[in-house]
Write a protein that binds this ligand. Structure first.
Ligand code: G3H
Ligand code: 13P
Ligand code: ZN
Length: 305
């Protein structure tokens, strides 16, 4: 099973795959346990900093171990690759898919960089995700709203000239847990304009953590300073998964919250415990439950037949 076929299936049958970030063995197993139990494909994402944190050799062998352990189709993806060199490193490490994030560059330079990655990656059968438009948060501290959104006309030019396999768009989401100060505003109208000019392009939504209220409330109760946290409402994520061409939805912060809550809660309830496996084991289970809920109830990921 390759990712291109899974995206085509998702476009046709209107569902999305979750792309969940992992940083260690526990988070990778938590994600894969959920996918295996549901028999649904999943994307396991690695940021450049997570790549460096795990290290090339350890990560490569972690991927091999996962491939030898799980039978469900899963795809290892580089999240927010910044250069052709890093994308090459990820491909050497056994990745199925890379994102080249040139969204901070002027259009022509973003096109040139993304095309160079496509030309290279496609020779190895590796999928490439490009990005157009800017999200607030990790990518840049941009305060003006209007200029953040993806321009549909530029999107068409970008996809045609680069030959990217999927396109990350900016329609109002942002990275991290503080996404909205008031009501959540997602520009479905811009998404529709993009779909009109690019009806067959798999689209990707970054910054899509929902910041679950139950996890947030418990974290705050246990001392976390996250009072301003607000995520993307789950109904919006279901809408873009089932009524639109969004086939990949990126979630990192929710997994971080679930992990931090598991550790805080376990140690609060078991103050004498020093066995790392106890609380990281709990974190793995909680990640798995969170991922399962997203897959089944939110992204409506279809089973593999
Ligand atoms: O999009 C960004 C991801 O949340 C990864 O962040 O570089 O801190 O691992 P990171
Ligand atoms: P969140 O911070 O909303 O989880 O976004 C994750 C993401 O877009 C990773 O690329
Ligand atoms: Zn992202």
């Amino acid at each position: 099973m390759n990712l291109q076929k899974v995206y085509a299936n998702a476009l046709k049958n209107k569902f999305a795959l979750g792309a969940f970030n992992f940083v260690n063995m526990e988070s990778l197993k938590g994600i894969l346990d959920a996918a295996q139990e549901q028999n649904t494909p999943v994307i396991c994402a690695v940021s450049e900093s997570a790549f460096e944190y795990m290290g090339f050799e350890f990560l490569k062998n972690l991927i091999t171990s996962a491939r030898n352990t799980y039978t469900v189709p899963f795809f290892i993806h580089l999240d927010h690759g910044k250069s052709l060199e890093f994308c090459k490193k990820a491909i050497n490490c056994g990745f199925d898919s890379v994102m080249i994030d040139g969204s901070h560059l002027p259009l022509e330079q973003n096109i040139a960089l993304t095309k160079s990655v496509c030309d290279y990656a496609h020779k190895f059968g590796v999928q490439v995700e490009g990005e157009l438009g800017k999200l607030k948060g990790v990518e840049d501290n941009i305060s003006s709203d209007e200029q953040l959104f993806t321009d549909p006309i530029e999107a068409k030019q970008f996809v045609e000239q680069t030959k990217v396999d999927s396109l990350a768009i900016a329609i109002g989401t942002s990275h991290g847990v503080n996404k909205f100060s008031g009501e959540a505003k997602i520009r479905i109208d811009i998404l529709e304009e993009i779909e009109k000019v690019l009806p067959n392009t798999p689209l990707v939504l970054h910054g899509a953590s929902s910041v679950p209220q139950n996890i947030l409330a418990k974290l705050i109760e246990l001392g976390a300073d996250l009072k301003k946290a607000k995520g993307v409402p789950e109904e919006i994520l279901t809408e873009v998964s089932t009524k639109h061409n969004v086939v990949k939805i990126n979630v990192d912060s929710d997994l971080r919250m679930a992990t931090t809550l598991a550790v805080r809660k376990y140690l609060k309830e078991n103050p004498k415990e020093i066995d790392v496996r106890k609380y990281l084991g709990q974190a793995k289970k909680d990640i798995s439950n969170l991922v399962k809920n997203k897959i089944i109830n939110v992204f409506k990921t279809k089973e593999i037949k």
